[in-house]
Design a protein around this ligand. Structure first.
Ligand SMILES: [Zn+2]
Length: 227
């Protein structure tokens, strides 16, 4: 795996473990040793084979299989801030994220939970106290949306947003089984973006401001047909 994707740093030992677990069978013994700034040793024995559903969709193997090869070093250098570019758009720097707000909105932003109305079953995101469909009040039932597939309802392309990956594609995604979200569309070829395009969700780093890492969900082209 090192030869295929390089050293991912602190995440690397856990990624190696995940890859090994994907091919594991019953009663296999594992020993994971990670050293660097201190040392961690984990030892355990598997009780059964890995979950086959996860194997197909979220496996490390499939993530590697669906990778995109960058066509030139310039793109890599720009994305990694190795090569600083003078943006055409001179936008003010984003405000520092509120850690308190991030903690308060964890369900919505990190777990990516919408809510299902208890009266009409309508799913909405972000969670609201009032259903936009039947206007009844109530907290509703949390619905995880992160693993749902969906399709692009509509989109726009912004060529002056000042992003590293121009244009910035903003899409409205309709989830299979209900729910709609407005989010960025990434890992895409511009020519393939169209209404009805099948997508899935991916957890990504949005920005780092004042040392605070800000993560959120983005839509990506669906990597495998899961139907
Ligand atoms: Zn309702």
């Amino acid at each position: 795996m090192f030869g295929e994707m390089g050293n991912t740093g602190a995440a690397f030992p856990i990624m190696l473990l995940c890859q090994s677990l994907e091919d594991s069978t019953k009663h296999q013994k594992f020993l994971l040793i990670a050293y660097g700034d201190g040392c961690d040793i984990i030892s355990f024995e598997t009780r059964g084979p890995a979950n086959t559903a996860d194997k197909q969709i979220d496996s490390l193997k499939n993530h590697l299989k669906s990778k995109n090869i960058l066509t030139n070093y310039e793109i890599f250098a720009r994305w990694r801030d190795i090569w600083q570019q003078d943006d055409a758009a001179r936008r003010p720097s984003p405000n520092s994220p509120s850690v308190t707000a991030m903690w308060r909105e964890e369900e919505k932003n990190l777990r990516f939970h919408g809510v299902r109305c208890e009266h009409c079953q309508y799913i909405q995101y972000p969670p609201q106290q009032v259903c936009v469909n039947c206007r009844s009040r109530g907290k509703g039932t949390p619905v995880p949306l992160s693993r749902r597939t969906g399709s692009v309802f509509t989109y726009s392309m912004d060529y002056i947003a000042g992003t590293t990956d121009t244009p910035l594609v903003i899409a409205v995604v309709d989830f299979d089984g209900g729910g709609r979200v407005l989010c960025m569309l990434t890992d895409r070829e511009i020519d393939e973006v169209k209404v009805g395009m099948p997508v899935e969700m991916s957890f990504r780093k949005l920005r780092v401001v004042n040392g605070i890492h800000n993560y959120y969900w983005k839509a990506i082209p669906r990597r495998f047909d899961t139907t």
